[in-house]
Structure formats: C-alpha cells, structure tokens
Design a protein around this ligand. Structure first.
Ligand code: BJW
Ligand code: ZN
Length: 245
C-alpha cells in the first residue's frame, strides 16, 4: 500500500500533532471506541469520572491497575518513532499533544510533548495537594496517601474534569503563532472527546493545513482537508519518509 506524499516539510514548516489511542493500538494498547475498545466492555461513566471514583474507588483502581500491567508490557511502534524523529528534525517548530496516557510517546523519545489526559503511570492524592508522583504499581486495593491518609488516585483526566489549563494554553499558543506553513496532523483519534476534538477548528482558524490519519473515518473527519485512511504505524512513517530521510 502506498500512503504518501504527506505534508511538505520545508524550513518554515511548523507541525502540531494530536494523537489518540489508535496510535498505540499497534503496540497492543486497547483503544476506547470501536472494535475491541475498552468502552465496548466497560462503562466509561462507572470508571472514568470523579463520581465513579467516589462511589467505588476499588473498582476504578482495579481498572487502572489492569491497564498499567498491560501498558507496561507494550513498546512504541513505528508511528510513535516517526513522530519522535519529526521532532528531532523540526525542534521547536514541532509540538505533540497526545490524549494517550500510556507513556509510549515519551518512550519513543518525544520530549516536546503535552499529555492532555494525564499519565497512567502517575498517581496523585484526591485530598491533599502533594504533587503527582511516578507510580508503576498495580495495587489490588485503593492505596492511601502517606501524608494525609486520603485516597490516592491515578493522575488521569476523567470526564467532567478540567484539562490542565497550562497544557491547553501551550497547544493553543503554538497554533495561534501560526506561520505561513502550519500543519495540524491528528492521528488515531475518533474526534469524539472535547476539547481535543475541537483543536482542528482552532488550527483552521490559524490558517493550518489539516491532516487526519485514522483507521476509519472519525466523528470530525469533515473538518480536515486531507484524510489518509490506514494504520498509523504504517501511514505516519510513509507520510514523512521524505522529510526524515
Ligand atoms: C487507529 C488504529 C490504528 C484504531 N491506526 N487509527 C463539548 C461538547 C460536548 C461535550 C463536551 C464538550 N466539552 C467537554 C465535554 C465533556 C467531555 C466530552 O468530550 N464528552 C464527549 C464524550 C461528548 N469532555 C470532558 O469531560 C473533558 N473535560 C472538559 O472538557 O472539562 C471542561 C468541561 C467539563 C464538562 C462539561 C463541559 C466542559 C475531559 C475529557 C477526559 C477524557 N478522558 C478519557 C478517559 C480517561 C483516560 C484513561 O482512562 O485512559 O480519555 S475518555 C477517552 O477518550 C480517553 C481518550 O484520551 C479519549 C479520546 O479517545 P481517542 O484517543 O480518540 O480514542 P478512541 O478509542 O475514541 O479512538 C481511537 C481511533 O483510532 C478510532 O477512530 C479507531 O478507528 C482508530 N484506530 N486503530 C490509526 N492502528
Ligand atoms: Zn494526601
């Protein structure tokens, strides 16, 4: 299958990449929606909301502990690596905003990275303001904070919770500083969850060329100028083959 050519990458080109669960699918991390997705067998509102955690912290921890075990066994795929290499090439003309919490972009080498929905391998306290800390454990019971005794929780943005305003501001500032050759590239995301799904509109207002790489049409495909249908682990390296050679 031939996927290219992708966006032209010149000396002035700036790229904002937005990734979702589909980018990690070829690494073995389950997606949320669609075939095999977590929300097919698990009810999002029973697991990924602050109300669910208040009601049944043990159930929520069991879900995230299982996710930690599974994600710990996964490695970056060629899609993650292509984005890390594009960052190496573009430096501060590149920013990666991911909705993924699995840490695979960082493992692939991405550093200009905004993790919009948090980090699976970080924990924080639901009661006191101690900073989030790295945590690869998979507790069988909900752990308690050793500073205040409150319940610890995964450092994840659940439905109904605000994204970190600094994260969104960094992404929007990158887009709004525009440039004559701004590219917005979304990959592996169903375009169903806001505010991430609305970033393509911010990008368009800033004059960006918009690309979507996804295994199937997303909810917001109509907002993109270019749609490349296929697996991101194959499509992303092919789209940027010339820029990365
Ligand atoms: C492949 C592939 C391959 C497969 N290659 N592709 C405006 C309108 C309506 C509602 C709202 C709105 N603004 C805010 C809301 C409420 C809510 C929301 O968006 N609800 C919608 C469902 C309607 N948003 C929020 O609550 C957010 N907070 C917020 O906005 O605060 C202010 C506010 C609150 C309340 C009201 C109004 C304002 C927080 C969102 C937090 C999302 N959290 C989750 C779960 C926690 C993380 C975790 O447990 O891991 O994050 S939900 C889940 O969806 C997860 C993901 O990051 C997120 C996005 O999913 P993603 O990445 O797109 O994955 P999938 O599975 O949906 O799609 C994968 C795609 O890949 C598919 O299309 C496949 O085909 C494809 N694919 N293999 C390429 N190999
Ligand atoms: Zn505490």
């Amino acid at each position: 299958m031939s996927w290219g050519p992708g966006p032209t990458i010149g000396p002035e080109t700036r790229v904002l990449a937005l990734t979702g669960a589909g980018v990690s699918a070829e690494s073995g991390v389950p997606t949320f929606r669609g075939a095999g997705g977590l929300w097919r067998t698990h009810r999002a509102m029973d697991l990924a909301t602050p109300e669910a955690f208040e009601r049944d912290p043990a159930l929520v921890w069991a879900f995230y502990a299982e996710r930690r075990v599974r994600a710990a066994a996964c490695a970056p795929n060629p899609g993650h690596l292509a984005l890390a290499r594009l960052e190496e090439r573009l430096g501060d003309r590149f920013l990666l905003a991911t909705q993924n919490v699995d840490g695979l972009h960082r493992a692939a080498g991405s550093r200009r990275l905004v993790e919009l929905h948090g980090q699976l391998f970080s924990t924080r306290c639901s009661s006191c303001d101690r900073p989030p800390f790295e945590d690869r454990s998979a507790p069988a019971a909900p752990p308690r904070c050793d500073r205040c005794g409150g319940l610890l929780r995964p450092h994840i943005v659940w439905f109904g919770e605000q994204l970190d305003p600094d994260h969104l501001a960094r992404v929007e500032a990158f887009l709004k500083s525009g440039g004559s050759q701004l590219v917005f590239l979304a990959a592996g995301t169903s375009g169903a969850v806001y505010p991430a799904a609305g970033l393509v509109s911010v990008a368009r207002r800033a004059g960006a060329q918009t690309w979507l790489v996804n295994a199937e049409p997303a909810d917001n495909t109509h907002l993109f100028e270019h749609f490349v249908e296929g697996p991101s682990g194959e499509v992303l390296p092919a789209l940027f083959a010339q820029a990365l050679s």
